[in-house]
Structure formats: structure tokens, C-alpha cells
Design a protein around this ligand. Structure first.
Ligand code: ATP
Ligand code: MG
Ligand code: MG
Length: 553
């Protein structure tokens, strides 16, 4: 058990155990609806459910909440399983709410038999008009007085397919005057002639969420059913069904959903971004989906760390995406090897005039100063190297410690050089710097006695490998797009992706291609990961995060 103080859910579980409930057993479930890809909000729920079970020596079921035939698909089922495993969790049982359709149907008949459910022929508009408002009670209609026999007959005919979509619904007879609108005779079954991804055409009536979720929990003997705050008002109904049907008393506990700045988290909106091609797919590295975040270069450990840090709250809040970035930076700073890449389509060429033409040296550069065990690698050096254009200034301000005419810098892991001459083309653009190097200044055996303030990265021209680099930024330009009056698609950041050409050192490409390297740091530039779009001719790197939090606050 960790040393941090217990969150409110752990306190509840402790109380339940102390009270001898469920024989001390803790059994949770993660219940995604397979109608989209999982996002970082789901990761919070996954870490919570699986983490709680782990902590108490319990179990977690993966249950697909697949009671809505039209929006669900096996593509989503597969991606969900893949993402949960990738996050580092494994489930006790893989269940489908649709496997309980017969049982849930029988529960509905039981309610009818007890006089606690009735078939209503009203239209959706009539039903909602009759519901009343929170301050005035709803109206009772004539269908509410149907006999048990008539209700049973009608409900069986609904199942048999005797009626078209929406012709009738089954409603629980609870309390049309309840201040809790959820209890005003909620619809529990509807007619929908639709093909289901698992049950095919076996059913043309489907249970509503409230009549499927709690029952599924009870069937699986789930002890603690954790869900987001918006279900708090559903809890009395959840408990009413369990009581009336005399089922296993699963306990529903609500927690605050995760909202993250500069993104949207609703599957409906994410789906729209994909379908309308605002992004390249569910796994676009700008998406808050697990698949997108993974492709962006996040590790499972960094996401678990993030979920741990945000904790569990009882009130909704908006988490700064900077915290997510902090978690990956902190990890990659320790683990990612640092290599050199010049991110510029037209980098500045530096010619070292006193270094022999055709001469080549191998420099040994440490992979990660934070981790001596990461070793050193070979980096070829020659007479011509590329540097970043902004590491040079013709007219530098004071305290510019990089290169300028007559100035000196160290080329990382190699020599100190001095800028002797600036070469321009006819248009006045700088095309080359002619420099000299100090032979005694080689890194590791520097006897030059010269002290320079700046060190810059470089790539040897004849050894440089061309690459494509995708610089990602936040997907939306406002902090909370979901709370904005404008349509969320108008708020998309037009500069969320900048694609640039780069020259990278050869070791980077060789190692990433062989699969021995995944996450890397481009020295002074940020954290990157090789993308699956890479070809032998052109490796592609995605920027995971910049080195520092570049966000003005
Ligand atoms: P959406 O509104 O995006 O469709 P959902 O809640 O309908 O999300 P489900 O597939 O039903 O998505 O969610 C599976 C589980 O993940 C549920 O228990 C749900 O409470 C939880 N979950 C979904 N979104 C979040 C979130 N942003 N933060 C925490 N938990 C979440
Ligand atoms: Mg849901
Ligand atoms: Mg949903």
C-alpha cells in the first residue's frame, strides 16, 4: 500500500471490508461501450478500476457495454482490448452485456409480474411532456393501469417483432412525482429492429442503459461499480432495480471524470474529427485517444503516472495538459537516448577549412548524461557539418553564446570551432559559414585551455540522413473547447501540425529501424518517436513533447 493518503473510494472500500460486506472481496469492472476508441479519460477509469482491485487482491472484469446495436462495432472491441493491455492491465473475465440479454429480458418480465413495469404506447414526445418538471409532478397516463396479463402479452409481442420501431416502450413503474426525474417511470426497453454486432438479428428490443448496467454488475457480482459523476442521479434507480429484483447488491460509487485542457473528450466529437478528416484517424498523434497518445510517443508508465497524480475527486475539474507532458518528460529525460538532429530543410552548412578534405573521425558521445549505463555511441565527424540556422547570428545581441562572426562555440562531443567568414548568395542569404577548428580541443582530451560558453549540436553532411519530422501542438486553440459557445470544430488550432525536413545522425535511423530504440531526445529540441509511416527512403519522427514547457501561462 502506498504512503499517500487514501482517496474517498479506498475509504469506502475499507469501510465495506471492515463491515464484513462481500466477505472482504473487491471485484470491479471496466465497462466501455464499443462505439469508439478509448481516450485518456478512459485511462483514468482503467487505472482506477484495475488499480483498486490490485490494491485489495481483487479482480476486474472487462465488460463491453454493448446494448446499443447501431453505434457499436467489433473494430472498437479489438482496439479497446489492445489499449487496455498496452496500458499494462489484464482482466479477469471478458464479458459482454449482450450475453445477458435473455437474463435481462427475464428481469423485465419479473418486474411486470410484480406490477412494477408497464407497456406504454405513447410517443417519445408525449412521454417527455408527461414527465413534468423537477418542481411539478408528472402526469399519469392510461397505460400505467394496464393489467399484468396485458403487459406480459404486449411485452412478449414486442420481443416477437409484432411492432415497428418506437411503437411501444416498456417503463418501470416507480414514482411519477419523485423529485428525482430519473425515477419518473424510466423507459427500460425500446423497440429497435437493428443488427447487433454480436447477437445479430436475435433481438428487436434492447434494454436501456439503466436497465442493463446495474443488472450486469449484479450478474457478475461486482462489489464496487465505479462510474462518473453524471450517474449520481441514476443511483437511486440502480438501487431500486437491485432491490425489486433481489439481485446481488453491487454498490455504485461516482467520481469526477477527467477533462483535459485544449482537447475534447467526448467520443461523439472525436468520431466527428476522424470522419470529417480534421485528423488522420483515431490514432492521429494529436488525438487524446490512447492510440493517438501512444503514437505520439507516450509510454504506458507515463500515463499511469499521470492518472496517479491527478487522483480521484468528487468534483469535476479541468486538468492542465501540461501535467501529462510533465509526466512523459520526466520519464524520457531519464530513459531516452539523446541524439543529434538538425530540424531545418535548409540548414546552415559549416565548412571547417583547416580540417582535411576527406578526413573522417568517429566521436564517442554519451547517450544520456542522466544514465551512465546508457553508454556511448559512434558519431561520424567530417570537414562539413550542418547546424541549426538559429544557432548563428550575424549581429548578435549581448549574451548570445552561440555562433557569430569571429565567435567560438563547441560542436557537441567534438571540437571548438571559430567562425571566420560568412558566405552569402546573390540575394544576401547566408549559405555557408567558413570556420576553423582548434585541433587540441577534442572533447574528452581537450588541452586547448579555451573556455567557450556555448555548445551546439550538428550533423556531419556526408553522413546525414534526411528525415521527416512532424511537430505536433495542441489540437484546439482554446483551453476548454467543450465549454465554448462556438462549434468545437471552429476552435481547431490551424497550426497543430507542422511538418519539416530534418537531417539526423545515422545512428538514430539505424537503431530506430532495428527496433532497439523507440523514444529518443533530439538534443536541445525535444522528445521524438519513430512513426509507422516511415519508409526506408524517409524515416518519419513524431514530436512527443518539447524539452521544456513552452506554454505561456
Ligand atoms: P463518452 O461520453 O465519451 O461516450 P462514455 O462514458 O459514454 O464516454 P464509455 O465507453 O461508456 O464512455 O466509458 C467506459 C467507462 O469509462 C465508464 O465507466 C466511464 O465512466 C469511464 N469514462 C469515460 N470517460 C471518462 C472520463 N473522461 N474520465 C473518467 N472516466 C471516464
Ligand atoms: Mg457510457
Ligand atoms: Mg457514450
Amino acid at each position: 500500500r502506498t504512503e499517500r493518503s487514501l482517496n474517498f473510494i479506498e475509504q469506502i472500500v475499507d469501510e465495506d471490508i471492515a463491515a464484513g460486506k462481500n466477505g472482504g472481496r473487491v471485484h470491479t469492472r471496466f465497462p466501455p461501450e464499443p462505439n469508439g476508441y478509448l481516450h485518456i479519460g478512459h485511462a483514468k477509469s482503467i487505472c482506477l478500476n484495475f488499480g483498486l482491485a490490485d490494491e485489495y487482491g481483487g479482480q476486474t472484469n472487462l465488460r463491453f457495454d454493448d446494448t446499443n446495436p447501431v453505434t457499436e462495432d467489433t473494430e472498437y472491441v479489438d482496439s479497446i482490448k489492445n489499449d487496455v493491455r498496452w496500458l499494462g492491465f489484464d482482466w479477469e473475465n471478458e464479458f459482454y452485456a449482450s450475453d445477458y440479454f435473455e437474463q435481462i429480458y427475464q428481469f423485465a418480465e419479473t418486474l411486470i409480474q410484480k406490477g412494477l413495469a408497464y407497456v406504454d404506447d405513447s410517443t417519445a414526445e408525449e412521454i417527455s411532456a408527461q414527465k413534468g418538471t423537477p418542481t411539478e409532478p408528472g402526469r399519469l397516463n392510461q397505460y400505467r393501469d394496464r393489467s399484468v396479463a396485458e403487459n406480459l402479452d404486449l411485452f412478449r409481442r414486442m420481443r416477437a417483432g409484432d411492432y415497428p420501431d418506437s411503437a411501444k416502450v416498456l417503463r418501470a413503474k416507480v414514482d411519477m412525482a419523485s423529485p428525482n426525474m430519473q425515477l419518473r417511470d424510466p423507459i427500460i426497453y425500446r423497440i429497435k429492429h437493428a443488427h447487433h454486432h454480436r447477437t445479430g438479428d436475435a433481438w428487436c428490443i434492447y434494454p436501456m442503459y439503466d436497465f442493463a448496467h446495474g443488472q450486469s454488475d449484479a450478474i457478475e457480482h461486482i462489489t464496487h461499480s465505479l462510474c462518473t459523476l453524471e450517474f449520481e442521479v441514476h443511483r437511486p434507480l440502480y438501487e431500486w432495480f437491485i432491490q425489486q429484483l433481489e439481485l446481488f447488491p453491487s454498490r455504485q460509487i461516482e467520481f469526477a471524470r477527467l477533462n483535459l485542457t485544449y482537447t475534447v473528450m467526448s467520443k461523439r466529437k472525436l468520431k466527428q474529427l476522424v470522419e470529417e478528416k480534421h485528423v488522420s484517424g483515431w490514432d492521429d498523434p494529436r488525438m487524446p485517444t490512447i492510440a493517438g497518445i501512444r503514437r505520439r510517443g507516450y509510454t504506458p508508465a507515463s500515463i499511469r503516472e499521470f492518472c496517479d497524480r491527478i487522483g480521484i475527486a468528487k468534483r469535476d475539474n479541468l486538468i492542465d495538459v501540461g501535467l501529462l507532458e510533465f509526466c512523459i518528460r520526466e520519464e524520457l529525460n531519464r530513459t531516452a537516448p539523446r541524439l543529434m538532429a538538425v530540424l531545418d530543410e535548409k540548414p546552415l552548412k559549416l565548412v571547417i577549412t583547416n580540417y582535411d578534405l576527406g578526413r573522417e573521425e568517429i566521436m564517442h558521445i554519451e547517450n544520456n548524461p542522466e544514465d551512465p549505463s546508457a553508454g556511448v555511441r559512434d558519431v561520424p565527424f567530417s570537414r562539413e557539418v550542418y547546424i541549426e540556422r538559429d544557432d548563428f547570428m550575424e549581429n548578435p545581441p549581448k549574451k548570445f553564446f552561440r555562433l557569430f562572426p569571429g565567435g567560438m562555440v563547441r560542436l557537441k562531443g567534438a571540437y571548438i570551432i571559430k567562425c571566420e567568414e560568412v558566405v552569402k548568395d546573390n540575394a544576401g542569404e547566408i549559405i555557408e559559414l567558413r570556420c576553423t577548428y582548434i585541433p587540441e580541443s577534442r572533447s574528452g582530451s581537450d588541452t586547448s585551455g579555451i573556455n567557450v560558453k556555448g555548445t551546439i549540436h550538428w550533423v556531419s553532411v556526408p553522413h546525414a540522413v534526411e528525415a521527416e519530422v512532424r511537430l505536433y501542438d495542441r489540437l484546439f486553440s482554446v483551453e476548454n473547447p467543450a465549454a465554448d459557445e462556438r462549434d468545437f470544430k471552429e476552435l481547431i488550432n490551424p497550426n497543430s501540425l507542422e511538418t519539416v525536413r530534418a537531417f539526423v545522425e545515422p545512428a538514430l535511423v539505424a537503431a530506430t529501424r532495428s527496433g532497439s530504440l523507440t523514444n529518443v531526445q533530439f538534443m536541445r529540441k525535444g522528445y521524438f518517436i519513430l512513426d509507422a509511416d516511415s519508409t526506408d527512403a524517409l524515416p518519419v519522427f513524431n514530436r512527443t513533447a518539447t524539452l521544456k514547457d513552452g506554454w505561456a501561462k
